[in-house]
Design a binder for this molecule. Structure first.
Ligand code: ADP
Length: 373
């Protein structure tokens, strides 16, 4: 009966799509399946009784012995070195990227370890091709933005001269066209600048100009900047900050930009005649800024995408609201650069709350009682 079960188990091992290696508590190989031969090119009879380290590239062997001893002390099913790039050494010396999961198995007088080894070469190749494509796309966007900036600046300057020296008797429709050209040039320059900035951050070319600032000042400045636009839509802005300084080491221009972006979205997507709440407070080991609006909010399915570049909800583009879907992508990369996080909470129909959390490691706090202004 026992022999029957054993032969069935062996049969199953042979059918498995992954390579399987079973070792004893001394780290010696006691059983391998056929996939080990296919994947790594060893003759399996020659593997039996060998230390399992022979399947690893030489540089990992020492460390593996220690890890193996640790595993033997507390064996449980888990993946090996999760998050690490693992590889196996083939018989001909090549290396194969792999994922390995480990499980202990009690045998008569020993604890065996089953290692299931999956060849992930194909997945790694696709991931690398994808990364290369992304790099090329970023480079293309950066180059095209750069090339577009010069003619756009020329258009902007020229239309400025035309508007300033408008010949007498220019008809109102013609004047409107000049003004439209001026506005369109502004928008395109903003788009091109945003694209360039995002490309630079993603290429790691952006240096933060860190300074110790009172975050209350940044919050108030951002509110003041957006106020005229909010008034145009009859919106009220309330600002709530601690009564005493909340000092942080940040790049004031960049964090100011993040806040302005969130406020300008609240102004664009908030309710006409509604309220925009801006607040700053300390939450455990971070300073948190929140922007709350009372607009239509964001459906759960869109929430995870709005921080991706060029993502705009169809409804908003149909409504003709200005924007090009780069603001939140830039905000997220800038907050990331500060070691912080940005996220949204929203129930459709009940507005949206955007939060930015900046870690306290860079923040020295001098008070946290809140006041309203
Ligand atoms: P845009 O320039 O289009 O506003 P963003 O990156 O700032 O680009 O925002 C991406 C999309 O997220 C917007 O097009 C809009 O659909 C959605 N969004 C952002 N902020 C809000 C908000 N406060 N309320 C509702 N939708 C929002």
């Amino acid at each position: 009966m026992r022999a029957l079960v054993e032969s069935q188990v062996r049969g199953l091992l042979e059918l498995a799509p992954d390579a399987i290696v079973i070792t004893n508590s001394a780290g010696r190989i006691v059983l391998v399946n056929r996939q080990v031969e296919h994947m790594l090119g060893y003759d399996r009879a020659a593997l039996i009784g060998q230390p399992v380290e022979m399947l690893l590239p030489e540089r990992f062997r020492m460390a593996h012995r220690d890890h193996r001893a640790d595993y033997q002390r507390a064996p449980r099913s888990r993946s090996m070195g999760s998050g690490l790039d693992l590889s196996c050494r083939c018989a001909d010396g090549r290396e194969v990227p792999v994922e390995i999961s480990l499980s202990p198995m009690e045998a008569d007088d020993d604890t065996l370890v089953i290692s299931v080894i999956r060849d992930v070469s194909e997945r790694k190749r696709i991931e690398e091709a994808h990364r290369q494509l992304e790099r090329e796309k970023d480079e293309f966007l950066a180059n095209i933005s750069h090339d577009l900036r010069t003619p756009l600046t020329a258009i902007k300057a020229s239309i400025g001269v035309v508007l300033a020296n408008e010949p007498p008797g220019t008809s109102p429709p013609l004047r409107r066209m000049f003004v439209n050209i001026d506005l369109a040039a502004d928008r395109m320059i903003k788009l091109v600048d945003d694209l360039l900035e995002l490309a630079q951050i993603q290429a790691g070319l952006t240096q933060l100009r860190l300074d110790q600032v009172d975050l209350r000042t940044l919050v108030r400045q951002a509110a003041q900047t957006i106020e005229p636009l909010a008034l145009e839509r009859g919106q009220r802005i309330t600002v709530s900050v601690p009564s005493r300084r909340l000092l942080a080491t940040v790049d004031p221009e960049r964090i100011g930009r993040v806040l302005l972006n969130l406020l300008s979205n609240a102004q664009k997507y908030g309710r006409e005649g509604g309220e925009i709440q801006l607040s700053l407070h300390r939450r455990r080991s971070a300073a948190v800024v929140q922007v709350v609006d009372d607009g239509d909010g964001i459906p759960p399915g869109d929430q995870e995408h709005i921080f991706n570049r060029f993502y705009r909800r169809t409804r908003d583009t149909e409504g003709g609201r200005l924007g090009h879907g780069l603001g939140l992508a830039i905000a997220r990369t800038l907050v990331d650069l500060h070691g912080g996080t940005i996220w949204v909470e929203s129930t459709p129909g009940y507005g949206a709350t955007f939060s930015v959390s900046l870690p306290l490691a860079r923040i020295e706090r001098a008070g946290n009682k809140e006041t309203r202004s």
